[in-house]
Design a protein. Structure first.
Length: 204
């Protein structure tokens, strides 16, 4: 049976995704959202190095991410401009997330990586749609089918409706039969940032 792990080793999935992705990206199989996926991502080198230099703590609390998103990056915000609840939230931000002076706070933390594509492996296309669909709020999505569906046209219509790409594995080869739709979030959310932080802890 073709698995994500051996597909990564022989390079077949990476080769199939090459037309979709930037050449400087990385890839790793990781568990997330109750399934396993091959994630293609690009590290923000400057942010990664900044965090290492200041010994930044993990950003794994939703409230902290929401607080950071309310602040501009790199611009001092007077504490007097914040309401009491916001000042309390700023004071308990994880180390390295922001520079705090007596009268101001300056956000430093940004997302440490960009997720370009998540590929889930599935024997059936309906299961593949369900598992790939879990990543809809976060990145571009595709499923790697390990056998050709009996109703291929139906599978492709359904996948296209949800914007999920389809790759078909055969022996040691992987063919892209449906290109995944581009990821265009309606808005940036703390939940999406939290998802990125979770992956970052697995690849840093």
């Amino acid at each position: 049976m073709v698995t994500l792990a051996n597909s990564v080793i022989d390079g077949s999935v990476r080769a199939a995704t090459a037309p979709l992705l930037k050449p400087d990206g990385l890839a790793k199989v990781m568990p997330a959202l109750g399934t396993e996926a091959l994630f293609f991502y690009r590290m923000d080198t400057a942010e990664h190095e900044r965090r290492a230099a200041v010994g930044a703590a993990r950003l794994d609390r939703m409230h902290a991410l929401e607080t950071l998103m309310s602040l501009p990056v790199g611009l001092p915000v007077p504490l007097s401009a914040l309401v009491q609840r916001e000042r309390r939230a700023v004071r308990v931000l994880p180390a390295g997330a922001a520079d705090q002076e007596q009268r101001s706070v300056t956000r430093r933390a940004v997302r440490p990586l960009d997720v370009d594509l998540a590929v889930v492996r599935a024997t059936g296309w309906k299961r593949g749609l369900e598992e790939a669909g879990r990543f809809a709020p976060y990145c571009r999505r595709a499923m790697l089918l390990t056998r050709r569906p009996a109703r291929m046209s139906e599978a492709l219509v359904e996948a296209d409706f949800y914007g999920i790409g389809v790759f078909l594995a055969s022996d040691d080869q992987v063919e892209m039969v449906l290109e995944p739709r581009d990821y265009r979030p309606l808005r940036h959310t703390a939940a999406a940032w939290s998802f990125v932080e979770e992956l970052y802890q697995r690849v840093r």
